[in-house]
Design a protein around this ligand. Structure first.
Ligand SMILES: [Zn+2]
Length: 320
């Protein structure tokens, strides 16, 4: 009897002690209770930023907001909705500021001379600007993205999602709380919808073999090419080719597909010399983690503000 009571008490105490953790966990997941930041925690953007100019092999000091405007002009079409351009400006500024915070006047191994470079390695920067990009930078001047009171360090973006973004851990190495899979419903204007790429079975085998020469594939034919599982965002997670299981992202890059959100179908005997063809039909363009640029454009056209766009794609974040 006593043991029974103690057991109940024990369980009760455990649940009681865990309760705050459970509540905080749920709050974080739902994007609530992440806490705002006090004004003292606000990160101030410096007036200038050091940018490594890859082609010239030197560092250039550029006005920070001018740099943001140029990145927006390079990373997003200028006819995109004003609110999407503003969201891009905040993301670009946050990315650069996080690098400045991390490296100070130094930089990563690829360019230890400066915290950011001007290529796709960081964010594409060249001096070409546009009026709309300048306006997007000016009207959001100094604003940055925060999660839990800390500056966001990975405000990732990509072209289009095909309808759903991805969890960070399903594409890259680790989970990031604000990079979780969300719907991206307003992408009607996006390119790369239902894009077909057709290969013969032999071509698939050769391309995969070239990308992974050390793997022993066994027999590769129509019955050993299969999609095994999908991610939360609907992209191919695991795929069998011959005797080997690959990640969807590996197949995507080996075959040059625009996205890992693809289906496969077979057409028997339609290829050269009666070979079976495989049709890869993909939707979206890019890695799928963070903000969809076409999705942001669509949300802008639907009447959403840049803050709403950012909070949608970067879950639980705040803009100050
Ligand atoms: Zn770089």
């Amino acid at each position: 009897m006593l043991r029974w009571i103690l057991q109940i008490l024990g369980i009760g105490v455990t649940v009681f002690l865990l309760m705050p953790l459970i509540v905080v966990g749920l709050g974080g997941r739902l994007g609530e209770g992440t806490g705002g930041i006090s004004f003292a925690d606000r990160v101030e953007v410096p007036e200038k930023i050091e940018v490594w100019r890859e082609a010239e092999g030197r560092t250039e000091e550029i006005d920070f907001e001018e740099y943001v405007a140029c990145v927006v002009a390079n990373e997003m079409p200028e006819d995109f909705h004003e609110e999407a351009l503003k969201a891009q400006a905040v993301a670009a500024r946050t990315y650069a500021m996080a690098k400045v915070q991390k490296y100070g006047s130094g930089g990563p191994d690829d360019h230890p001379e400066a915290p950011v470079c001007d290529t796709v390695h960081c964010q594409v920067y060249n001096t070409e600007d546009s009026k709309t990009a300048q306006k997007a930078a000016d009207s959001t001047s100094g604003q940055l993205l925060y999660y839990n009171g800390e500056l966001v360090s990975q405000p990732l973006f990509f072209s289009s999602s095909g309808g759903q973004t991805e969890n960070s851990e399903d594409v890259f190495v680790s989970a990031v709380p604000y990079l979780i899979s969300v719907a991206s419903p307003y992408e009607e204007a996006a390119t790369h919808r239902d894009e077909e790429k057709i290969f013969t079975v032999r071509e698939v085998r050769e391309k995969i073999k070239k990308a992974f020469p050390e793997e022993d594939f066994g027999t590769v034919n129509a019955s050993t090419i299969k999609i095994l599982s999908r991610t939360a965002g609907g992209r191919v997670d695991r795929m069998q080719i011959g005797d080997v299981t690959f990640k969807g992202t590996q197949v995507r890059s080996a075959l040059g597909l625009s996205s890992a959100l693809f289906t496969i179908s077979f057409r028997e005997g339609s290829g050269w010399n009666g070979q079976t063809e495989i049709i890869f039909t993909s939707s979206g363009s890019g890695h799928g983690v963070g903000m969809s640029q076409y999705g942001a454009d669509g949300m802008g056209k639907e009447g959403y503000t840049y803050k709403e766009i950012l909070k949608h794609y970067y879950s639980g974040t705040e803009i100050y």
